[in-house]
Design a protein around this ligand. Structure first.
Ligand code: UQ1
Length: 447
């Protein structure tokens, strides 16, 4: 049966529960309809979450060309977990970079531009160029912003090729980590982690462990105070890691390796070779450094924070189990921008994607049997010596170990096999399967 696009839209309208949200009058054609900028599903963000969800929706076979649209201003898509490997000198950062347009199936409409604002009552997104796009279902997954200017002096220090200051969290600076590590021979090395939200909360210490490994292999560090290099981990948090099981192991490793723990030290500024930390009692403390790995504050993009979709934290207000918006039932959010109390990682996206995909489709069919996300996330912690501690946990900081369940092994023990998963398998499966909607994380390949 041949149906026109308009007829399909009207049919859909009749069967879509969200049609009750807004009564649309087909006698008055909106600018979005007139220009064809009307889609069944609109995704804001073509990152790990946006690509996984859009391609899994497409794989369901229930969507026609241009039914689904992605809005993203980026030219490049980066596999950010790869940046730790670049920082450790294990891989080249350009191996993890691809043109975003190449990763988007031609059946998806791609708006290669930013979002200006959301009008959820009208089911409309206004693009940066003023165009309006309407949707039946909206998926919000634009990630978060790494704000190097949140630390006074950091942007200048990062840009100065002679300053021994680097940061794993940006494409521009992740390889500077390896360069400065390799050039460093003697003095005080400080690795920081801010108080507050960061993506992949283990990355600041992964960089430290990989640097430790390099200096140790090169005879510059022997886990004692007599080494030419002295290492400190200065974190805004009271612990090494938020999950008690893994924290105990990592803190023991820190002590065994002679690394100073400066807890509840929140980096605020860099001036020459002096860093200033804020302490919980409101006082400040200064430290001298000869090498610095600095991690800035991160937070929601202003167009999310200032939108009707955000709660008071600035993140998208969703039910933490169904990932459905608390106020607008045809809006969903996953990934770094969603207000869900779990660690922000690509592994988390593997578990959040089926929840959004299944619940969104059920909602379109007016069915109600929600798929539940349990907070699963993972942090493959490179601890040096070609070993990885594969932390996997869910809401409440409770371990949920894939290989523990399968083979009865304890993932708290750093292992070589996990190092190869992190260094070789995950980048490969991400590039060849996950961005195409064909990888389900611990559940394996998607049919
Ligand atoms: C995963 O699926 C994944 O995506 C490719 C990662 O890369 C960032 C991971 O770090 C992890 C841990 C997973 C989860 C998969 C398994 C098999 C534990």
């Amino acid at each position: 049966m041949v149906r026109t696009k308009a007829a399909r839209a009207i049919l859909r309208e009749a069967v879509t529960p969200q049609s009750a949200l807004t009564t649309r009058n087909y006698a008055t054609v909106s600018p979005a309809q007139a220009s064809g900028r009307m889609h069944r599903v609109v995704l804001v963000g073509g990152g790990t979450a946006g690509l996984s969800v859009s391609h899994q929706l497409l794989r369901s076979g229930k969507f026609a060309k241009d039914d689904i649209a992605i809005i993203d201003p980026a030219t490049w898509h980066h596999y950010q977990p790869g940046w730790t490997l670049a920082a450790g000198g294990l891989r080249n950062k350009d191996e993890f970079k691809q043109p975003l347009a190449n990763l988007i199936d031609p059946k998806l409409k791609f708006y290669n531009t930013g979002v200006d604002s959301f009008a959820p009552e009208d089911r409309t997104v206004t693009l940066a160029n003023g165009d309006k796009v309407t949707y039946e279902q909206l998926v919000v997954a634009p990630g978060i912003k790494t704000d190097t200017s949140s630390i006074k002096g950091l942007p200048e220090a990062l840009a100065d090729p002679h300053a021994p200051v680097s940061c794993v969290y940006t494409y521009e600076t992740c390889d500077k980590v390896a360069n400065t590590v390799q050039a460093f021979k003697k003095g005080n090395a400080i690795f920081t982690q801010p108080a507050g939200v960061v993506k992949c909360a283990g990355a600041p210490q992964k960089v430290m462990w990989l640097s430790w490994d390099y200096w140790k292999r090169n005879g510059l560090y022997d886990n004692t105070a007599s080494s030419p290099i002295h290492i400190s981990f200065a974190t805004g948090l009271p612990v090494m890691f938020g999950v008690p099981k893994y924290n105990a192991i990592l803190d023991a490793l820190r002590k065994e390796r002679g690394i100073d723990g400066l807890f509840q030290h929140d980096l605020v500024s860099i001036d020459g070779n002096t860093v200033t930390f804020a302490l919980p009692d409101g006082s400040k403390v200064e430290k001298k450094f000869d090498f610095l790995h600095a991690v800035p504050k991160m937070g929601p993009h202003p167009f999310i924070k200032n939108s009707p979709l955000a709660d008071e934290t600035g993140y998208v207000a969703v039910n933490t189990n169904t990932l459905q918006h608390k106020k607008y039932p045809n809006v969903w959010s996953l990934g770094d921008a969603a207000n869900i109390p779990t660690s922000k990682t690509a592994a988390a996206i593997t578990a959040q994607t089926p929840t959004v995909v299944q619940n969104l489709m059920l909602s379109m069919e007016n069915k109600d049997a929600p798929h539940v996300y349990d907070g699963y996330t993972s942090c493959p912690l490179t601890v040096g010596e070609k070993k990885v501690l594969l932390a996997e946990f869910k809401y409440g900081g409770e371990p949920k170990e894939t290989f523990g369940q399968m083979f009865g092994i304890d993932q708290g023990t750093p292992r070589r096999a996990f190092f190869h998963l992190k260094k070789d398998f995950f980048p490969w499966v991400y590039k060849n399967y996950m961005v195409k909607g064909a990888w389900g994380g611990p559940k394996g390949f998607v049919r």
